[in-house]
Design a binder for this molecule. Structure first.
Ligand code: ADP
Ligand code: MG
Length: 695
C-alpha cells in the first residue's frame, strides 16, 4: 500500500490542487468565493471547469455529476459524460463553466413535499464551491445545492449553508463586542458513524433485512452483549481488511477517517473522522456511508446502517460533535484567561438557551421510523432533550446562577466578577452516556441522531437556534462599551437562570427522569408521529424565517416529506411482515407441527402404551402459537387497511405509531416464541445466533 501522505486527498480537487493547477488570478478569485462567499464570475468558472476536467480525466474520470442531497436524505447523482461529439466522427472531452455551476436534474422524481407541482418538474443544482469536488468510480462529483426554479430549496444542503451564514453573521457581532476583528465563523462537526457488518449469505436469506434494513423477527440470541467482550475484543480479520480498504478509499477522498473500533453489540463497529466545517463534514459523512455500503461487498459482507437492525442488542447512532470555530479558534474552548472565559460563557449560555428554547425541534431532527426503536430504549439517550455539563462546568454554572463565587473541586476561590475559569475544564472527561446533549471538554455532543440520518437537519436547527441566541445578546449589548464586562456577565447569569431546567446531570435512563422532566416542562415526544408537528409550529416557522434559513412553504414541505417517509417506511414494514408470516413462518410452523403429530401417531402405533405427554404438549404449544400468530396477523391486517384509508398523513402517522407498531410487536413476539421450539433445520431464516456470531 502506498504511503498515506501520498494517497491522502489524491481524488479531491482541494485547495492544494487548485493552487497548483489554476492560473493564479483564477485561484485568487475562487478563494474569494470559497472563503468570503463572493459570487463567482462565469469567466472564472470556465477556467476552473476546464482545469477540473483535465485533472479528472488524468485520474481516469469519464463522467461528471452534480452530487446533491435530496429531501429523502440519501445522496443523488445523475452521470453525464464529458464526451462532446464533433462532426468528423471524433469526440472531444468538454466541460464548461456553466455545466460546473449549474445542472438540471429532472426534479420530478425527488420528494418535494408539495413544493413543486409535478408539471413544474424543473429544478436546478448549483455548485457549492465550499465543499470540494472529488472523483468516485470514474465520476467527477461536484457537491451541489438543489433548488426549484422558483428558488425554494429542494435539498438538505441549502438550508444548512443558510444556517451557517446566520451563525457567521451573528457570531461576528458578538465577537466584535469583545474587540475582535471580522473573521470567518463556522460551526464544526465531527460525526461518529456506527454500523453493523454481517455476512452476505445470511442477509440474502432475510427478506426483512433486504427490504427494511432491519430484522422484523428474531428471538434474542443466547449470548448478547452482556460480556462486553466484543467492544474490547480484537477486530475480525475480514472486518479488519474491510476497515483498511475503507480507510484507504476515504483518505483518497480527503475524508479524515481517524478512529475505528468495535462497538458494544456483536457485529457492530464505529468510524469517527476528524471534525471539519459542518458543510464539509456532512458531505464527508454521506460519502463515508456510501463507501461503507459499497466496500462491504468486497468481503462477502453487508453493511447495515439502519438504527436498529436487531432487537435485544444495541442499535446504531451517529453522535454529532458540534462546536463553533472563529478563524480556526474554538469558541467553546474554555480557554485560560479571564476575558476568553467570559466569551466562552457567553457562547455557552447561548447554546444552553438555544437547546432549551428549541428542544422540540432538535428532538424532531432525530425523528425517524428507524430511530424510534432507539431513543428512550435505554441504549441511546431518552427522547427528552437535556444537557449535561459535567461536574466542573456544572459547578461553575450553578455558582453563576446563584450569583456566588465559584469554588472548584480543589477549593480554589475564584471571583466570577472577572469570569475566571479553571483550565482543567478542558480535560474534564467526566461523561454521562445517557445524556442527549453533553459538553465534552471543548465541544458539545448531540447523541440523538440515528446512524442512517443525514446530519444536515440537526445542524441546520442547532445553528439557527444558536444564531438567535447570539443575535439577542448582540442586540442588547451593542453600544454598551462602558460596562460591557459587567453587563455581559449579568446577561449570562440571567440566561442560565432562565434556562436552568434543561441542565440535567443525572441518569437519563432512570424511571424518575421522565416524571422530573415533565415537572420541569421539558417535552417528551416518544415517537416520530409525536415529534414531527413542532416543525410547523409558529415558533419554528418564525425562527427559520427570521434567519432566512427556511421559508414557511419550505418548512411545510419538509414536514410533509418527513411524514410521508415515516408512513411509507411503516407501510413497507407491515407488508413485509404480513408476507413473511403468511408465506414463510406460518407454513414452516405448520409443517413442523405436522411432523410432530405424525411422530406421535407413529409412536402410538408402534407402542400403544407409550407416554406421549411431552410430545403432545409440544404439539399443543405449536398449535396455540400458530393461532396467536393468526390472531395478531388478522388485527394487523385490519389496522393496516384502516390506515390506508386515512388521507391525512399526520393522522396516518399517529395511527402507525400508536396502534400499528404495538400490534407489530405482538406479532413479532408470537413468531419469535415459535422460533425457539421449532427444529432449527426447519426454521426458514437464519436466526440471531447464526447472523451475529459468524466466524
Ligand atoms: P470521544 O467522543 O470518543 O471522546 P473525541 O473526543 O476524539 O472522541 O471526538 C469525537 C469526535 O468529535 C471526533 O470526530 C472529533 O473530530 C470531533 N471533535 C473534536 N473536536 C471538535 C470540535 N471542536 N468541533 C466538532 N467536532 C469535534
Ligand atoms: Mg464521542
Amino acid at each position: 500500500m502506498s504511503k498515506v501522505q501520498d494517497i491522502y486527498g489524491a481524488l479531491v480537487f482541494d485547495e492544494h490542487t487548485m493552487q497548483e493547477r489554476l492560473p493564479s488570478a483564477t485561484y485568487k478569485q475562487l478563494m474569494l468565493t470559497i472563503k468570503e462567499g463572493e459570487p463567482l464570475d462565469l469567466d472564472v468558472a470556465n477556467v476552473v471547469a476546464h482545469t477540473m476536467k483535465e485533472w479528472a480525466i488524468e485520474l481516469g474520470a469519464t463522467h461528471y455529476t452534480h452530487w446533491f442531497q435530496p429531501l429523502s436524505g440519501i445522496t443523488s447523482e445523475k452521470h453525464d459524460s464529458f464526451i462532446d461529439p464533433i462532426d468528423d466522427g471524433h469526440a472531444i472531452m468538454s466541460f464548461s463553466g456553466k455545466e460546473l455551476i449549474q445542472g438540471e436534474p429532472d426534479a420530478s422524481s425527488f420528494p418535494s413535499g408539495g413544493l413543486r407541482a409535478t408539471f413544474e418538474a424543473r429544478g436546478y443544482t448549483a455548485w457549492d464551491p465550499t465543499s470540494f469536488a472529488f472523483i468516485k468510480d470514474e465520476v467527477l462529483c461536484i457537491p451541489t445545492a438543489f433548488c426549484s426554479y422558483t428558488g425554494e430549496a429542494l435539498d438538505k444542503k441549502t438550508p444548512l449553508l443558510r444556517s451557517m451564514r446566520a451563525i457567521d453573521e451573528q457570531a461576528n457581532r458578538v465577537l466584535a463586542l469583545f474587540g475582535e476583528p471580522h473573521q470567518r465563523v463556522v460551526p464544526t462537526v465531527g460525526a461518529e458513524q456506527e454500523y453493523f457488518l454481517i455476512s452476505e449469505k445470511d442477509y440474502e436469506k432475510r427478506l426483512d433485512l433486504m427490504l427494511c434494513g432491519r430484522t422484523l423477527f428474531g428471538y434474542s440470541p443466547c449470548k448478547g452483549q452482556e460480556l462486553e467482550e466484543h467492544y474490547f475484543g480484537a477486530i475480525r480479520p475480514t472486518v479488519n481488511n474491510f476497515m483498511k480498504e475503507l480507510d484507504d478509499e476515504l483518505w483518497k477522498l480527503g475524508v479524515p477517517a481517524k478512529t475505528k473500533h468495535n462497538e458494544v453489540a456483536p457485529c457492530q463497529h464505529e468510524l469517527a473522522p476528524l471534525f471539519a466545517n459542518a458543510n464539509r463534514a456532512i458531505d464527508q459523512n454521506l460519502l463515508t456511508m456510501e463507501e461503507m455500503r459499497l466496500l462491504a461487498s468486497h468481503y462477502g459482507l453487508v453493511c447495515l446502517e439502519h438504527e436498529k437492525p436487531f432487537e435485544h442488542i444495541n442499535g446504531s447512532g451517529k453522535h454529532n460533535n458540534w462546536s463553533i470555530s472563529a478563524g480556526g479558534k474554538n469558541l467553546l474552548d474554555p480557554g485560560d484567561n479571564p476575558i476568553s472565559n467570559l466569551r466562552f460563557l457567553v457562547f455557552l449560555a447561548g447554546v444552553i438557551q438555544a437547546v432549551d428554547d428549541y428542544q422540540e425541534l432538535l428532538r424532531m431532527s432525530a425523528a425517524s421510523a428507524g430511530n424510534d426503536h432507539r431513543l428512550g430504549a435505554n441504549e441511546a439517550p431518552p427522547a427528552i432533550v437535556s444537557m449535561f455539563l459535567g461536574d466542573e462546568l456544572g459547578r461553575v454554572v450553578n455558582a453563576l446562577i446563584a450569583d456566588e463565587d465559584y469554588t472548584s473541586g480543589e477549593r480554589t476561590e475564584m471571583d466570577l466578577g472577572v469570569a475566571e475559569l479553571p483550565n482543567f475544564l478542558k480535560d474534564n472527561s467526566d461523561r454521562n452516556r445517557t445524556s442527549p446533549f453533553a459538553f465534552t471538554g471543548n465541544k458539545f455532543e448531540f447523541r440523538m441522531p440515528g446512524s442512517e440520518q443525514n446530519l444536515s437537519d440537526c445542524n441546520m436547527i442547532l445553528n439557527t437556534a444558536m444564531a438567535k441566541s447570539l443575535k439577542e445578546f448582540a442586540d442588547q449589548m451593542e453600544g454598551r462599551t462602558d460596562d460591557f464586562t459587567e453587563a455581559a456577565l449579568d446577561y449570562v447569569k440571567r440566561t442560565l437562570r432562565d434556562h436552568q431546567r434543561i441542565i440535567f446531570n443525572g441518569d437519563g435512563y432512570s424511571d424518575e427522569w421522565p416524571a422530573e422532566a415533565e415537572r420541569r416542562g421539558l417535552a417528551n415526544h416518544k415517537t416520530t408521529a409525536d415529534a414531527l408537528p413542532c416543525f410547523i409550529s409558529q415558533k419554528a416557522i418564525d425562527l427559520f424565517s427570521e434567519f432566512h434559513v427556511l421559508s414557511e412553504p419550505e418548512v411545510r414541505s419538509r414536514y410533509e416529506v418527513k411524514l410521508e417517509k415515516y408512513n411509507k417506511t411503516l407501510n413497507i414494514e407491515v407488508r413485509t411482515m404480513k408476507r413473511l408470516v403468511r408465506r414463510v413462518y406460518l407454513p414452516a410452523i405448520n409443517r413442523f407441527a405436522a411432523e410432530v403429530a405424525e411422530h406421535i401417531t407413529q409412536v402410538k402405533t408402534a407402542l400403544p402404551d407409550a407416554d406421549l405427554k411431552d410430545q403432545e404438549a409440544k404439539l399443543r404449544t405449536l398449535l396455540y402459537g400458530a393461532s396467536e400468530i393468526n390472531k395478531h396477523l388478522r388485527r394487523l391486517h385490519e389496522l393496516h387497511y384502516e390506515s390506508q384509508q386515512l388521507e391525512d398523513q399526520q393522522e396516518r402517522a399517529n395511527m402507525n405509531a400508536h396502534q400499528i407498531v404495538p400490534v407489530m410487536d405482538d406479532l413479532r413476539d408470537a413468531v419469535d416464541n415459535m422460533e425457539v421450539i421449532v427444529d432449527h433445520n426447519v426454521w426458514p431464516a437464519p436466526t440471531y445466533n447464526d447472523i451475529l456470531f459468524y466466524a
